[in-house]
Design a protein. Structure first.
Length: 574
């Protein structure tokens, strides 16, 4: 059959950078060479609006939009809204927001499976009339039993040989709401002895008396994904229907339905889905984490959702780089989350402003510094990009430094503050610790007493003496209070689903995945920090202002990623 008209090249499709070739791109290139689809390339990204998009969806989206853009084609955004019991307009809206954040553009090509419900219903009637579909009264459990196993052939339903007229009448009864949910389904009549369980008379329509968020109460029967998928591709003129590998066994059904209906036939191609260490990718399980209050919502920065990553401070560019580097393969494997973090760190290193923030403050008093004096010291905004310039930071007699930058009993190779030891204050002076003040009851150090060398402004000693330690600081009088949230992996194990016998993925939740620090101090330049702006807290990591909980008078920062990079070789095989 010829392709439907109206799907011409040239509409916005998203990324245009030339990627490394892969087997899917090779298939598309060969199809273009042979003229299989008259020079057209039409892909589609078809999420189900029953949750929020995650990093795995980003990989699929980049692939579909990328292939279309590279070949002058178009990529459709199509919502697979065939199960109204689990879907909501909130999810569809969030998915569009996330895709736009990634920089993807579908132009006028926004579709819903529900756009095609009338046509899909007509296709189902066509199959019944051709003797290729029948109404079955078996329960869901009975259908499962009759289907057989991988080693045992299936058993035919006792309703399989109903007449065409009876099937048409019953299917119409299903459509108008005469029957209860679960009492009847429409099944394709294929082969109950097939070695592929998906071909053993699969269900293609079921009764769901649930209002649809787009069609209201018009329908009380809905197509299954297997039925809506291929036919929607055909209606929209898709050329290459790119799916993850779990749909490989469904491809024979995809082809059978299109051939039996004798309509335009796209091709389905499967690739390995993204599996990320220490991460759950199932939307069902992510929904459970949200509904059970394990996380604060779909955009919790510990979630692998795109909204969570955006709130945490990940950039679209870093996610795209990650997707390009892991590539497209046929065989599934697990990618280390450290590689994703490396891509984020690599991107933020180029763009993030350097600022001073003290997360666990310890007061430091410079005894020989004038009490009423305040200096403005010059600090570099980003040594990776001189064009970002510098800023002025206030320096005074009383400062805050990190509590772990002092030790009463310093271990070997500890080059920070200790009694009698000299260190460099970043952009400031050389100071020497000469005493401490302690809490009388607990013995905890509450204040450091130091002296400074006024000849060492900028941290350089005129006499050339060597100082090995450099620490950061903020002025006590000028710094701002802030809350800082330190995020770690949500799960403690590389494969959260692999728990002990009798347990589930929740047994591997990390109880230390979030630490909230409420007494932090940050330099005054952050008073005007805008949500989403990346910063490197010097020596502490990359952070961004929380877009929901932060305000000018109550700053809240989320740690995006630490400074330590455990992914030392990004060119290793993935």
């Amino acid at each position: 059959m010829t392709a439907p008209k109206g799907e011409q090249a040239g509409s916005p499709a998203g990324p245009t950078a030339a990627p490394t070739s892969d087997f899917i791109r090779s298939i598309v290139a060969e199809d273009l060479r042979t003229g299989r689809y008259q020079g057209r390339v039409v892909t589609r990204f078809p999420p189900e609006p029953n949750g929020y998009l995650h990093i795995g969806h980003a990989k699929s989206a980049w692939l579909n939009f990328g292939i279309a853009a590279e070949n002058g084609g178009v990529c459709h955004l199509r919502f697979d809204d065939t199960n109204p019991a689990k879907e909501d307009v909130e999810y569809a809206d969030s998915m569009q927001e996330d895709l736009r954040w990634l920089g993807l553009d579908w132009g006028d090509h926004l579709y819903y499976s529900s756009d095609h419900f009338d046509t899909l219903h007509a296709y189902a009637v066509q199959l019944i009339e051709a003797g290729k579909a029948y109404v079955c009264d078996l329960s869901q459990e009975e259908i499962r039993r009759y289907r057989g196993t991988l080693t045992e052939v299936g058993k035919e339903s006792p309703y399989r040989n109903r007449t065409v007229a009876e099937n048409l009448e019953l299917f119409e009864g299903m459509r108008v709401g005469e029957f209860q949910e679960g009492s009847r389904v429409l099944r394709a009549k294929i082969d109950m002895s097939s070695g592929n369980l998906n071909m053993r008379d699969p269900v293609i329509y079921r009764i769901l008396k649930v209002p649809h968020h787009r069609t209201g109460d018009k329908w009380c029967i809905y197509p299954t994904y297997d039925f809506a998928h291929g036919q929607s591709d055909s209606i929209e003129g898709v050329t290459h229907s790119i799916c993850t590998v779990e749909f490989e066994d469904h491809r024979p059904l995809y082809d059978w339905l299109l051939d039996e209906l004798n309509i335009y036939h796209p091709q389905q191609i499967e690739f390995a889905r993204l599996n990320l260490s220490h991460t759950i990718m199932s939307k069902r399980k992510l929904r459970e984490l949200v509904e059970q209050g394990v996380v604060s919502g779909w955009d919790d920065p510990r979630m692998p959702t795109l909204s969570g990553m955006r709130r945490r401070g990940y950039t679209p560019e870093s996610i795209r780089t990650f997707c390009e580097r892991i590539g497209v393969a046929k065989r599934e494997n697990t990618v280390e989350i450290a590689m994703l973090e490396h891509c984020v760190r690599e991107d933020l290193n180029r763009r993030a402003l350097r600022v001073a923030a003290v997360l666990r403050p310890l007061r430091l008093v410079i005894e020989n510094y004038p009490e009423d004096q305040v200096e403005e010291l010059e600090a570099v905004n980003n040594p990776e990009d001189p064009s970002m310039g510098s800023r002025r930071v206030p320096f005074s007699r009383e400062l805050y430094v990190e509590r772990d930058d002092f030790s009463e009993d310093p271990p070997a190779k500890f080059f920070r503050l200790a009694l009698g030891r000299e260190v460099r204050l970043r952009y400031g002076y050389l100071i020497t610790c000469v005493g401490v003040t302690k809490d009388e009851e607990t013995g905890e150090v509450t204040e450091l007493r130091c002296t400074y060398d006024p000849e060492t402004r900028g941290g350089h000693a005129p006499d050339g003496r060597r100082v090995r330690g450099t620490i950061h600081w903020v002025s006590a009088a000028h710094s701002l209070p802030a809350e800082v949230r330190l995020y770690d992996h949500l799960f403690t194990t590389e494969k959260p689903d692999d728990g002990p016998a009798g347990s589930d993925y929740r047994s591997n939740l990390n109880p230390s995945s979030l630490e909230v620090l409420t007494a932090c101090r940050v330099e005054p330049s952050l008073a005007t920090a805008r949500p989403g702006t990346p910063y490197q807290f010097e020596r502490r990591g990359y952070f961004c202002v929380d877009p929901h909980d932060s305000s000018p008078g109550a700053l809240v920062f989320n740690r995006t990623v630490s400074l330590r990079d455990s992914w030392s070789k990004i060119d290793r095989e993935v």
